[in-house]
Design a protein around this ligand. Structure first.
Ligand code: HEC
Ligand code: HEC
Length: 271
């Protein structure tokens, strides 16, 4: 066989695997978020926090930069309140905040007040932030939306939520259209099923050689490495496997909770 027909055969094999796997994966389709009035009377802290999570990856576009790719501090992985306190105590801190809540608020509306070391604009020696003020165009979060994100950032690590529920002026916020966002999986096993991981990976009883076996991944890799492999498979390709096979859009599809549950479960897989 010459090289061309060999690689053609390989590509066809890949397409076949893709088709097979695509059919194994659940077909989820989301609808565009709609502008919707929130009924403040019915608003609980839990749903306010959930709104913050939706805004973090949706309208707020925070997840575009704040992820495992290193463009900005990975807020989803770090203990946000703990790090905020450290930065408040840093001698380089020149802002006006005196609490975690105020620090997070200031970080969003006046990012240049404190620039996290090594994340400043190129050539600015960490005096200018590349982060846009999120209360201004084009992001234009309202005060109620900003506070929802603060509540989410405090709650996700189990820290005290200090923001108060909004009480006045019914806000108009972007929430996913009713019935569009698939509910978050309740357990890690459910999440693996939802995203079809075991169709390609040997793990927890499944047998597949499309991707590397994950049975012992917790012995050799950190939470950060595993998170990166899931959210950006192209960042590093495991030896002996081809790029472009593992779906690249898990970062958009998964909820923060699902990603965390899966990473925690993989960390427990030791050999
Ligand atoms: C275009 C990229 C970008 C977007 C979009 C963005 N950020 Fe940032 N953010 C950064 C960078 C880079 C830094 C680090 C430099 C700095 O301190 O300003 C940062 C810093 C922060 C910090 C301070 C973190 C610390 O360790 O002290 C917080 C909090 C924060 N961002 C929250 C948010 C939230 C919430 C959103 C969405 C509403 C958001 N950011 C959107 C790039 C971004
Ligand atoms: C269509 C097949 C496919 C699906 C579905 C898939 N993966 Fe993968 N995965 C691969 C392939 C192929 C690789 C190796 C190439 C690479 O590194 O991107 C890989 C690599 C990985 C790695 C890196 C392993 C290592 O040793 O460094 C992790 C972790 C991982 N996948 C987790 C997951 C999780 C979790 C899911 C479900 C949310 C998933 N994969 C779904 C095919 C798949």
């Amino acid at each position: 066989m010459n090289v061309l027909s060999k690689s053609l055969g390989f590509s066809l094999g890949m397409i076949l695997i893709f088709t097979l796997v695509a059919n194994l994966l659940p077909q989820v389709e989301g609808e565009a978020p709609v502008e919707k009035k929130v009924d403040l009377g019915a608003l609980t802290m839990d749903s306010y926090i959930a709104l913050g999570e939706t805004l973090f990856s949706g309208k707020g576009t925070c997840a575009l930069c704040h992820n495992a790719l290193g463009r900005a501090p990975d807020l989803l992985v770090m203990n946000v309140a703990g790090v905020s306190e450290e930065h408040l105590a840093d001698e380089r801190y020149k802002g006006k905040a005196t609490s975690v809540e105020e620090y997070l608020h200031e970080s969003m509306v006046d990012p240049g007040a404190y620039v996290v070391a090594s994340f400043g604009k190129k050539g600015s020696n960490d005096t200018e932030s590349p982060m846009p003020a999120v209360n201004k165009a084009p992001i234009e979060l309202t005060e109620i939306e900003i506070n929802a994100i603060i509540a989410f950032l405090q709650a996700k690590d189990g820290n005290d939520v200090t923001v108060e529920l909004p009480t006045e002026a019914p806000p108009v916020v972007a929430v996913p259209a009713v019935g569009s966002a698939p509910a978050s999986a309740a357990t890690a096993e459910e999440a693996l099923k939802k995203y079809g991981c075991q169709a390609c990976h040997s793990m927890l009883g499944s047998e597949s050689s499309v991707g590397p076996a994950l049975n012992g991944i917790g012995s050799s890799q950190s939470a950060e490495q595993i998170t990166l492999s899931i959210t950006d498979p192209a960042a590093a390709i495991v030896e002996g496997f081809s790029p472009g096979v593992m779906p690249a859009d898990f970062a958009e599809k998964m909820t923060v909770k699902e990603l965390k549950m899966i990473v925690d479960l993989l960390l427990e897989q030791k050999e």
